[in-house]
Design a binder for this molecule. Structure first.
Ligand code: SF4
Ligand code: SF4
Length: 166
């Protein structure tokens, strides 16, 4: 009997509660910052691409959905730096496990909370470098890999090994 009254109370409460309708898909809720919905390649605080085409993300990917071609800058102040000439991720195969992000030594590849919209063809889910590259630092603000590696950048005094001597 007590359970029945409880159920009736709950039904009445819901019947007279104010109604709220969200006009999806025009009105979308933001996803939590930790959501893994898309792969991005971030930039460092100087606006330069972080990826050094080391291939660690591709090596660790359990479904083998990352491919890249490495190149080296030949001239200019950034000469000597490696970068990916091409970088492809097959999001139709990606399982959004985050292992690539864990393996990346430069914080370049990250999983971001921006969903990929519906696509008419699965082949559209192969994202190329131009689709992946973003002009911000993602969830790793302040990371400058090249300040430690020292190519085309003044060394970071905080990581100078001589400063760590006893
Ligand atoms: S999230 Fe996982 S499956 Fe997707 S590209 Fe990264 S390592 Fe591969
Ligand atoms: S995204 Fe990171 S792990 Fe992958 S190739 Fe670039 S620097 Fe290496």
């Amino acid at each position: 009997m007590k359970g029945m009254f409880h159920s009736l109370f709950q039904i009445g409460r819901k019947l007279f509660a104010p109604k709220f309708t969200r006009e999806y898909p025009e009105e979308r809720r933001p996803f939590p910052a930790a959501s893994r919905l898309r792969i991005i390649l971030t930039s460092d605080p100087d606006g330069e691409e972080r990826c050094v085409a080391c291939g660690l993300c591709a090596a660790v990917c359990p479904v083998d959905c990352i491919a890249m071609d490495k190149a080296e800058r030949q001239e200019g102040p950034l000469a000597g730096r490696w970068f990916p000439e091409s970088f492809d991720v097959n999001l139709a195969r990606c399982i959004f496990c985050g292992l690539c992000e864990e393996a990346c030594p430069t914080a370049a590849i990250q999983l971001a909370p921006y969903p990929v919209g519906p696509v008419p063809d699965r082949r559209d889910l192969v994202f190329h470098k131009a689709d992946l590259l973003v002009p911000h630092q993602g969830k790793a603000p302040g990371v400058r890999y090249w300040a430690r590696a020292g190519k085309g950048h003044p060394p970071d005094p905080a990581t100078d090994p001589w400063s760590l001597m006893p």
